[in-house]
Write a protein that binds this ligand. Structure first.
Ligand SMILES: [Zn+2]
Ligand SMILES: [Zn+2]
Length: 350
């Protein structure tokens, strides 16, 4: 290990009962083949919200997985990474031979370590250690801050790819929060321009238009479908990005024959699926959780291309570790539309 590193760092730690406290944790040491990364920015994800506000997370977890940073120290045997290099960490590649990998779904490789969804060593802290083999360099034309959008952009690319959406599709996105906005922007960047975003919060509807939606609607204004048949102007594909059970039920009703519903947003309450409708209209219901087999590279390239409205996808004001819980509550209430970036530099309040 090289350089003069502090021995402790601030971290936003989930302490149980829906609470977060900024604590001092030891700075991790990179082992052989590993790199210590100083976090520049880490986005707050909907998953983080569920884990904290719905109290699923295991106490002592440090959440936050949507980050970009700079190389601060390297372990033994690491070549090609200089201190200060701007990086993101790609997903771990799949085995290439299991059923999931053979179907192009390496991100849910059956041979990977069983994921622990409730306990994390994340990046709402100043430093993380990652395997050097996972590092990707942030392109010159992309800021480190915007590069923190790589992981959710990779998910949006995967979501759109799984849906089979193409120009000419008539798309509904339910939920105009960070996930719905990014999905809308990626659809737009891929030439799909008939996109209606359904969202209760007026500020989020505004933002949806700014990132590329062709129309916005309040959920209550979406029509109910007749018993047999479709609503007057049905959609070919719906992306359910809100995690809200009612939104999912409504999205299903808005679909045309042979339409596809993609579940993207997770939620506590489960929707009731009208199976009769799925049968008679021959609908397809799929879930999108992870990344394409190509990993983060296409997301990094898309972000660097300038094709995405980054200023509208990322909230203007970055926040500190002390603000994380408050911001989670505001995101959950629909007060904020875009991705909020945490800058993990805050001092610990004593
Ligand atoms: Zn995420
Ligand atoms: Zn595999």
């Amino acid at each position: 290990m090289t350089g003069m590193m502090p021995s402790v760092m601030p971290a936003a730690v989930y302490v149980g009962d829906g609470a977060i406290a900024v604590r001092e944790l030891p700075v991790p040491e990179p082992g052989p083949g590993e790199v210590l990364v100083e976090i520049s920015h880490c986005g707050i994800c909907g998953t983080d919200l569920h884990l904290v506000l719905e109290q699923y997370a295991r106490p002592d977890s440090v959440l936050g997985h949507e980050w970009a940073g700079t190389v601060a120290a390297v372990g033994d045997g690491v070549d090609g990474w200089e201190l200060g290099a701007r990086v993101v960490a790609d997903t771990t590649p799949g085995c290439g031979t299991c059923r999931a990998c053979r179907r192009g779904r390496a991100a849910v490789c059956l041979e990977r370590e069983p994921p622990d969804y409730l306990s994390f060593r994340g990046a709402f802290c100043r430093y993380v250690v990652v395997a050097a083999a996972r590092l990707l360099r942030v392109p010159e034309s992309l800021s480190t801050r915007a590069a923190a959008l790589t992981e959710p952009t990779a998910i949006a690319i995967h979501t759109v790819a799984l849906s089979g959406a193409e120009p000419g599709d008539r798309v509904l996105v339910t939920g105009g929060g960070p996930v719905g906005l990014l999905t809308t922007a990626v659809l737009r960047a891929q030439g799909i321009d008939d996109i209606t975003v359904s969202e209760p919060a007026p500020a989020r509807r505004e933002r949806a238009l700014a990132v590329g939606a062709s129309a916005v609607v309040a959920p209550d204004d979406l029509p109910r479908a007749p018993m047999a048949g479709t609503v007057p102007s049905p959609f070919t594909i719906a992306f359910e990005c809100s995690g809200n059970a009612r939104a999912a039920e409504s999205a299903l009703e808005q679909l045309d024959y042979a339409g596809t519903l993609v579940f993207v947003g997770t939620g506590h309450e489960q929707p009731r699926v009208n199976h009769n409708r799925v049968i008679v209209l021959e609908l397809t219901l799929i879930g999108a959780y992870n990344y394409d087999a190509a990993g983060f590279r296409p997301a990094l390239d898309l972000l660097a291309s300038g094709a995405l409205p980054l200023d509208d996808l990322i909230e203007r004001d970055d926040v500190r570790l002390d603000d994380v819980l408050d911001v989670m509550q505001r995101l959950s209430a629909g007060d904020l539309a875009g991705k909020v970036m945490v800058v993990p530099r805050s001092e610990i309040r004593r």
